[in-house]
Design a protein around this ligand. Sequence first.
Ligand code: FAD
Ligand code: DHB
Length: 388
Amino acid sequence: MDTQVVIIGGGPSGLLLSQLLNRAGVATVILERGTRDHVLSRIRAGILEWGSVEVLREAGVGARMDAEGIPHDGTLITDADRVVHIDFKGLTGRRVMVYGQTEVTRDLYAAQDAMGTTIIHGVQDVRILDLDGPRASVEYTVDGQRRRLTCAHVAGCDGFHGVSRKTIPADKRQEFERVYPFGWLGILSRTPPVADELIYANSPHGFALASMRSESLVRYYVQVPLTDTVADWPDDRFWTEFRRRIPSDAAARLVTGPSIEKSIAPLRSFVSEPLRWGRLFLVGDAAHIVPPTGAKGLNLAVSDVFYLHDALIAALKGDQTGIDAYSARALARIWKAMRFSWQMTTMLHRFDGEDSFAARMRRATLAHLAESETARRDLAENYVGLPY
Ligand code: FAD
Ligand code: DHB
C-alpha cells in the first residue's frame, strides 16, 4: 500500500501529527504497537504551555480542553515553609492550562475517528527501510501477517524505546544523556487539590509536587530512590511522606483518600541528534526526554510536531527548505527546555550522598527566587513556554 507519510507510534506526537497533516489533505498511516486502551490508560503529563493550547485548537481538538481545562496564572515554589509565588500572568502576560495528557490523547482519537484516518493497532516488528531512496518503506506484522507500506516520509513518534531512533546508524547520531539518581512516585486520588495552584516543594526530605486534574481529582508526586517499587509505597506511607514535604499550612489543609493509580517514573535528560535521517524525522520522546520537573515533555512533543507538520506539507508540494531546517529548528527549542528542566530538577531535589554545599546552593537559589523579580520572570518565561 502507498501513502504520503507513515507515522510510527500513536501517542500524543503521532496522533497530533496525523491530525494536522490530514486536515491539510495529507494521507497518513499510524502504526501503533499497543492497543487504544493501553495508550489511553497512561497517566502522564498534566500541564500545557499556551503555545500547545493554541496548536491543539488549530488542530481542531480544542473544544473540550477549553471547556474543561483549568487555566493557571501562576505556581508556588516552596522550600520547607518558605513560599515563592511565580506570577506567570503578571511576569509574562501568559498562562498555562491544566489538562491531562490522557484527555489530549482521547480528544485526538475522537477527532481522528471523525476524519476516518488510518490507525493500525497491535503492530509488531516495525522495520523502516529505503530512507535514502526515492520512496521510503515500512514493514510490520499485524495479525500474524507481514505487510509493507511505501511513502514519501516517515515520522518516528514511537517514544524513547521505539525503533525509529535506532534506525539511524549509531555512528551517524550523537546522544547526550544525564540519568538522575531518583524517580517520581505519582498517585491519582479523587480528593480536592491542596492549593489553587501547583506546588513544587523542596524539603529536607526530598521533592514533592502537588498537581491536579480537576477540582476533585489530584495528581501528587514524591521523589523516591530508584530502587523503590510501587509495592514499597502503600497509600498511608505516601500521604505521610507527601505531607511532610509540603509547607505546613498546606499540610494542615491536605485531604487524603485512596489512590486510584500509582506508578514510578525514572528521571532522565536525553537528546539524540540529528532529528532527520534521509526520509525519517524523529519527534517527541523518540528524540528527547526531559525530567518532568519543568512540565516540558508533552509540550516539546507538540512544538516538534508543529515544526514538522508545516515542513512536511511544504515538502510534499516540492519545497524542501522546511524539512532541511527541521532538525536544527526543533533542536534549538529542545535544548533550552533541556536546560530549564535540568535546572528545575537540580534546584528542587535532594541528591543522595550530596554534600552540605549542595543543600545550601539549593536554599540560596530559592532565596534568590523569593527576592528577585528578575529570577522569577526568568522561571516564568521558561515555564509558560519559550516562543516557537
Ligand atoms: P509516547 O507517549 O511514548 O508515545 C509513543 C508511542 O509509540 C506509544 O504509544 C508506544 O506504544 C508506541 N511505540 C513504541 N514503540 C513502537 C514500535 N516499535 N512500533 C510502533 N509503535 C511503537 N511529561 C510531563 O510533561 N509531565 C509528566 O508528569 C510526565 N510524566 C511521565 C511519566 C512517564 C512514565 C513517562 C514515560 C513520560 C512522562 N512524561 C511527562 C513525558 C510525556 O508523557 C511524554 O513527553 C509524551 O508522552 C511524549 O509523547 P510521544 O507521543 O512522543 O511518546
Ligand atoms: C504534572 C506533572 C509534571 O511533571 C509537572 O511538572 C506538573 C504537573 C502533572 O502530572 O500534573
